[in-house]
Write a protein that binds this ligand. Sequence first.
Ligand SMILES: C[S@@+](CC[C@H](N)C(=O)[O-])C[C@H]1O[C@@H](n2cnc3c(N)ncnc32)[C@H](O)[C@@H]1O
Length: 251
Amino acid sequence: MILEAFHYAASWPLTPKPFRVHIASSISLLARANRCRSAWAEHEDNSKAHVLSAVKNLKQRRTAVVLGSGLLRDVPILELSRAFDTVVLVDLVHLASVRAFLIVKRLSNVRLIWRDLSGYEEAVAGQVPEPLGFLRQVPYLDLVVSANILSQISVGARWRLKAEGRSSEADIVLPALIRAHLDGLAMVSAKTCLITDVSYCTQDKAGKILEEHDLLAGVPVPAHDRSWDWPVVPFEEAGGAYRAVHRVVAG
Ligand SMILES: C[S@@+](CC[C@H](N)C(=O)[O-])C[C@H]1O[C@@H](n2cnc3c(N)ncnc32)[C@H](O)[C@@H]1O
């Protein structure tokens, strides 16, 4: 708890004002990721391997952009930094620990951008969101990685709609945001790599499915090369009662 408070305080001045509201959730994600380290390891390794397989076939390696870079747990940042002239990490939050890691590892070609990648404002205004339009301005772009962010865009937007008393708009806004991200990636002329959880189920100890949920708000699962299970909430995390397993696709 003390460490978390210290981390929060250290991240506060490093974070642009409009994004400070997201520091706490990033710190709680870090705490959960540490508690679930062994359960999440295979998912993190699979995600990194998928990105690296995309890099292998690239003719040019000038700029790579990682959307939803977060805690850099599922991003092979050391290899990306070595392979590319510039790596741009885009997220709502870049915690102090992430910045310290980049400094200690001397990854001086890594840039940080704070940005809301949802397109929420346009969607609730009835416009077609274009949250990845900024990628057109990135010079020498050779790779874009969407790193386990897509389902979280929908989760964040659902909370925001609720807080603004607009939950009734969820059926329109959430699929629009998911589609906007997928369409945005499809428009990029560079190589793209999408890794996202698409659904989850809860199971009891006997393996019986208790609940199943779509994480893409009804949008069809995008074409992919690989898929795997990610035990986001292992039994220990849920006090032994159940576990939540997310289905991840990578393409
Ligand atoms: C499940 S985490 C991804 C983990 C991350 N790739 C890693 O390696 O640690 C989802 C990430 O998406 C970010 N995120 C969620 N909604 C976002 C939004 N609207 N705009 C930008 N980033 C967002 C969160 O801050 C978080 O870092």
